[in-house]
Design a protein around this ligand. Structure first.
Ligand code: KMH
Ligand code: ZN
Length: 271
C-alpha cells in the first residue's frame, strides 16, 4: 500500500468557542456536516468532542450517540471519541462514550497544565481508560503533549497495558508541553517502536509546519479547529474541511497519497 497519509480532523474540541471562530461546528447537525466535508476533503478519522444544547463541552453518551449516528448516515469516516473531554471533567464521565464502542478513542497519558488549569490524568486514570479500551476492542490513540508523557506511554506499551501495535499522537505547541520545533518531533518519532504508528498535531501557529514535517517524515497528520482556529496569520479558517484540504493538497505536492477510510483501517489494524 506504500506509506499512505492518514489525515485526522479534530472538528470541535472542548475549549474552542464560537467567539474565537464563528465557523466552529457545535450542534449535532453541524458536526455531522463538518465530518462529511472533512471526509470529502481527505480525512479518514474524526476526533470527536460533543457539546450540550448550550454549547458547553459534554461527555453525554446520548449526545455522542446522536452525533455518531448522524455522521454514520453521511459517510464511513472513522470516529475517534475523546476521553480527554474538557479540563476538570471526572474520569468516569470521560470514559462513558467508550460504551458506544467507537473504532477509536483518545488516551491521554499524563497530567499537564492546560490554559490556566491542570488537565489531570493520574496514572490510575490512564490505566483505567486503557483497560476499558482494551476490553471493548477500541484502538487507543495515545495523546502525548510532552516528552515525559511519551516515555511513560512507552512503558505502558512495554507492560502490555496499551496493546501493540500502538498509535501515538504528538500534540505539539500547547504552551505547557513540548513546542512544535522540528527537532522535538524528530526526537520522539525516532523512538516510536517498530510496527507502531504515529501522527502529529501542531497547535495554533504550529499546525501547518508540524503537518508538513509529519508528511515528510512518514507520519500522519491531525488538523482542525480544536487545535487551531486560523488558516493563516490573522485569517480565521472558514471550516475544518478547508484545513483538511490544504493538507491533502500538500501531500499531493510532496507525493504522498492520502489514505482512504479502508486503507486507514488496514494501517491501524482496526476491525
Ligand atoms: N480538551 C483537552 C483538555 C482529548 O481529546 O483526548 C483534552 C483533549 C484531549 O482534547
Ligand atoms: Zn480532543
Amino acid at each position: 500500500m506504500g506509506n499512505k497519509l492518514i489525515i485526522t480532523c479534530a472538528i470541535t474540541g472542548a475549549e474552542t468557542t464560537r467567539d474565537q471562530n464563528p465557523n466552529l461546528p457545535i450542534t449535532p447537525d453541524e458536526q455531522a456536516t463538518a465530518a462529511y466535508d472533512c471526509w470529502k476533503a481527505g480525512a479518514s478519522i474524526i476526533h470527536l468532542h460533543v457539546r450540550d444544547d448550550s454549547g458547553k463541552p459534554s461527555q453525554s453518551v446520548d449526545r455522542f450517540r446522536e452525533v455518531i449516528e448522524k455522521i454514520r448516515k453521511k459517510c464511513p469516516v472513522i470516529v475517534q471519541v475523546s476521553t480527554g473531554g474538557a479540563v476538570g471533567e471526572k474520569i468516569e464521565r470521560r470514559a462513558e462514550p467508550l460504551t458506544l464502542k467507537p473504532e477509536m478513542a483518545s488516551l491521554n497519558t499524563g497530567s499537564i497544565n492546560f490554559g490556566d488549569e491542570v488537565f489531570l490524568n493520574l496514572p490510575s486514570d490512564v490505566e483505567f481508560l486503557a483497560k476499558r479500551m482494551s476490553e471493548l476492542s477500541i484502538k487507543p490513540e495515545i495523546e502525548v503533549y510532552d516528552y515525559g508523557m511519551f516515555e511513560y506511554s512507552l512503558k505502558l506499551v512495554k507492560k502490555g497495558i496499551i496493546k501493540q501495535p500502538a498509535h501515538f499522537q504528538f500534540v505539539l505547541g500547547t504552551g505547557h508541553g513540548i513546542s512544535g520545533e522540528p527537532r522535538n518531533l524528530c526526537r520522539m518519532a525516532d523512538l516510536v517502536p517498530e510496527h507502531c504508528t504515529w501522527t502529529a498535531a501542531g497547535v495554533g501557529r504550529y499546525q501547518l509546519p508540524v503537518a508538513a514535517q509529519a508528511i515528510v517524515m512518514g507520519g500522519h497528520v491531525r488538523v482542525g479547529l480544536e487545535d487551531n482556529i486560523y488558516f493563516s496569520k490573522g485569517v480565521l479558517a472558514k471550516s475544518n474541511a478547508q484545513l483538511v484540504q490544504r493538507i491533502a493538497n500538500l501531500a499531493e505536492i510532496l507525493q504522498r497519497s492520502v489514505a482512504t477510510v479502508d486503507e486507514t483501517k488496514e494501517i491501524l489494524g482496526l476491525k
